[in-house]
Write a protein of this length. Structure first.
Length: 396
């Protein structure tokens, strides 16, 4: 069975050496009056990238103001600050310089500026976005794929609620990608980013729709490429070829291409969102700690899919007489890969301790919104299922 689909990917991609030289032209082509230059910590400044961006805007005759300070798992408080700044400065375009956290913060600000109510209404299910300021991206971290996606994930400081909103309104107008800008990423961030890239594809690959052979083949090639390339760049950080593979894979993994004809599950992502909101862990590392246990929990009901993954992605020999063993070897193979790149495969490895029963109950309550919602698509999970997976990952 193949799921009907509508593929929409309007973002213009400018990729390669010195791609930053096109920023002024790209922003000017949108027809803006004033830009909010949005970024995170000091790395973009220290690397000289922000200086390049400012020069590009200056040369194009475009006015701008700035708002830095975005943190991993971007916070609602910063979004609200950005909304107020944009309204005061009459900003009509947001340029995000950074990775997924900066881009998602920019998207949330874009939603909030034209909205008369509280922007958290969108994440709280009280309203649906109807407008968004146009957004451009200068990408520095290949991971989240937000530069081409419809997704925006924000953490509410009050209660540490981490939630996502999806709307095509927030898809960036353009993204500038120069793989050389990723050479200085720390190994842990590189590995966590590669894990997130792979997971965006795996969350679509593990689907109850199993007949779209072409999409499966694209997904499998992307997964193998990221697996192989991250191993190279961890040894050789300035390898342009493999940095380029990771950067482009990050965009393709989350622009819905690998969802054409399938259906995304994203249960692991939703389980992890609560984990990173509560404990402040790196998103990719949290995914690595949870996915093997989600996989083991649902594997028996979807055995053919896990066998296909084991053989076509992880290179496991197919034991046709014992498919369950083949599937388990595929799960163990990706655990071995995670360990090889420095990612955890259990929650205790991630947190350096076990979670308490009370903490697990908190995660389940947030993820299920007090038992009122279920998650997943290939296999739908209720609060009891969520608790079982958290406990499995906690025991290891």
């Amino acid at each position: 069975m193949i799921k009907d689909f509508n593929f929409y990917a309007p973002t213009r991609v400018v990729f390669g050496h010195e791609a930053e030289a096109k920023i002024g032209v790209l922003v000017a082509a949108v027809g803006v009056n004033k830009v909010l230059l949005h970024y995170g910590g000091g790395s973009a400044e220290r690397s000289g990238l922000l200086g390049v961006v400012r020069d590009q805007l200056r040369q194009a005759g475009i006015a701008w103001c700035e708002l830095g300070g975005v943190v991993p798992n971007p916070l609602l408080s910063k979004v609200r600050e950005g909304i107020e700044r944009c309204r005061r400065e009459r900003v009509d375009f947001i340029l995000a310089v950074g990775g997924g956290s900066v881009i998602d913060s920019a998207k949330a600000i874009g939603y909030g500026v034209p909205y008369p109510g509280d922007v958290w209404d969108f994440w709280d299910g009280k309203a649906v976005p109807m407008a968004c300021l146009p957004i451009g991206v200068v990408l520095t971290i290949p991971a989240a794929g937000s530069e081409m996606s419809s997704s925006c994930v924000i953490t509410c400081d009050d209660g540490l609620l981490k939630r996502g909103v999806n709307s095509d309104l927030c898809r960036p107008r353009f993204v500038v990608m120069n793989p050389e800008r990723t050479y200085t990423l720390p190994p842990y961030q590189t590995a966590a980013g590669a894990t997130d890239i792979m997971m965006h594809t795996m969350e679509r690959y593990f689907s109850r729709y199993e007949d779209m052979t072409l999409t499966d083949s694209l997904s499998e090639a992307l997964l193998r490429t990221v697996r192989d390339s991250v191993l190279v760049v961890l040894e050789h950080p300035d390898d342009y070829r493999h940095r380029a593979q990771l950067m482009w894979a990050g965009s393709l993994a989350h622009n819905d291409l690998t969802e054409c004809g399938t259906e995304k599950d994203f249960a692991t992502h939703k389980l992890e969102h609560e984990l990173s909101a509560l404990f402040g862990v790196t998103h990719g590392a949290g995914l690595a700690a949870l996915w093997p246990w989600w996989a083991r929990y649902v594997c028996a009901a979807h055995l053919n899919r896990f066998v296909q993954f084991a053989v076509n992605v992880m290179g496991v020999a197919n034991d046709f007489a014992h498919p369950a063993e083949t599937a388990e070897r595929g799960i163990r193979a990706i655990e071995d890969f995670y360990r090889r790149i420095g990612m955890p495969t259990t929650v205790p490895e991630l947190l350096h301790r076990r979670m308490t029963d009370q903490e697990i109950d908190t995660l389940v309550n947030k993820c299920s919104r007090g038992g009122t919602i279920k998650i997943g698509a290939m296999q739908v999970l209720d609060a009891d299922d969520m608790r079982a997976i958290y406990r499995m990952a906690n025991q290891g």
